[in-house]
Design a protein around this ligand. Structure first.
Ligand SMILES: Cc1cc2nc3c(=O)[nH]c(=O)nc-3n(C[C@H](O)[C@H](O)[C@H](O)COP(=O)(O)OP(=O)(O)OC[C@H]3O[C@@H](n4cnc5c(N)ncnc54)[C@H](O)[C@@H]3O)c2cc1C
Length: 225
């Protein structure tokens, strides 16, 4: 297991647990089409050009030859959004097996903003600051008191957890290939995505960057247009 871990939000993180392949895997997979995989890694400029060409023209399958496993600790409401991405393989902590520690997400006042008037699902970060911290903290603490009371009364963990808020931290391992990671990043490192999941998307970019710098550059340049 690597120790490359980036803190995210107040108690969360993303860690790169495992990875396979690199930019070289992408060009090798592409060149096997014309029986020239052996040419990869010889001329860096040619490899660089090929990766940009592949991404720009939608020849995406070579990007599937690279895989990553991330460990993610995040509030349940973020993991719910994450799990909509069906192309990942997931394993998550089970609150049927384990008593969940009292850890929940409380946003900093500067990250709360206000409900956007122009976009139903977004928030505007400018303008008046709402101090929601104490209300969130009180509500979550009350839920955890109820949870712990139910457990100490002998209620099964799988039932007691039903009182916990979606701000509760959970954690998971998620495995994804580079193509579907880039699709995830396009959607979730985007101004329309929730600010909190954008932070996780940016942490994964920083972890993937040293492994596939040219592929990341090709993806980024296509977004800038
Ligand atoms: C800003 C934002 C707001 C959202 N709001 C809502 C909402 O209000 N309600 C809601 O329910 N969801 C919402 N979603 C979730 C969204 O609809 C997608 O389910 C989610 O983003 C996963 O995207 P995906 O299917 O491209 O990802 P993945 O499941 O990882 O799939 C990646 C790609 O693989 C292909 N693919 C995967 N599975 C299939 C399949 N079965 N058939 C065909 N092609 C497939 C597609 O090309 C897909 O783009 C929102 C997402 C975003 C980013």
């Amino acid at each position: 297991m690597t120790n490359k871990q980036i803190p995210v939000l107040d108690h969360g993180f993303v860690r790169l647990v495992d990875n396979m392949g690199s930019d070289l895997s992408v060009v090798r997979s592409a060149r096997v089409s014309y029986d020239a995989a052996w040419r990869s890694g010889v001329d860096k400029k040619s490899d660089h050009r090929l990766i940009h060409y592949l991404w720009k023209n939608g020849h995406t399958s070579p990007f599937e030859s690279v895989t990553f496993t991330f460990e993610v600790k995040a509030p349940i409401f973020i993991l719910r959004q994450w799990h909509r991405h069906r192309t990942w393989a997931y394993n998550e902590l089970s609150a049927r097996y384990r008593h969940l520690p009292e850890e929940f997400y409380v946003p900093k006042p500067e990250h709360v903003g206000q409900q956007s008037a122009g976009n139903k699902q977004c928030r505007d970060m400018e303008g008046e600051r709402h101090d929601s911290a104490s209300a969130i903290r009180d509500a979550c603490a009350a839920s955890f008191r109820a949870y712990n009371r139910l457990l100490s009364d002998g209620v099964p963990r799988e039932i007691a957890r039903s009182v916990l808020p979606v701000a509760t931290y959970s954690h998971m391992f998620g495995t994804v290939n580079l193509l579907n990671l880039l699709k995830f990043l396009s959607l979730r490192d985007h101004e329309h995505a929730q600010w909190e999941i954008q932070q996780y998307a940016q942490a994964m970019q920083a972890l993937a960057e040293p492994i596939v710098p040219t592929s990341m550059a090709a993806w980024r340049s296509s977004r800038e247009k």
